[in-house]
Design a protein. Sequence first.
Length: 159
Amino acid sequence: MTYSTKCLTEQKFADKLSDSGLRYTTQRYQIYSILLSRQDHPTANEVYQQTKENHEDISMATVYNTLETLIKCGLVREVNLEKTVTRYCPNMKDHWHFYCENCGKVFDMDVDRPALSGSVTAPSGFTINQVEVAVRGACQQCPDGENKVCRKFDDFSDN
């Protein structure tokens, strides 16, 4: 899945911010563009490091604030996988995340929304706003049998 095909033009990006009562800044657009250019769901620190290449005066606080702004505007979502740092994803379509337990990379997985909608039922009186699924395994660049996460736990076992 490529994010470049889903990229908002700079004017549409400015309009989306304006609709939320916010103003366009080049730093906000730069951070959004970085998220779109990466397929690995970067962390705030990774976004900061890449943004700093073009905006030397940017602060980590600005990156965090911008990421929060993009989330509130519906342009980006947080990806929170158990016991890992928060990552950011500009793919706002329904999808799952594949987490490689070997290298820690996160990949998008397309999901068939009609097939999914019948498989999740909320308790009586509850409303489902979003379903998040994380699938774990080994990516195509990592050897399937070598799971570093499990090996760490095996070191502490009594066997």
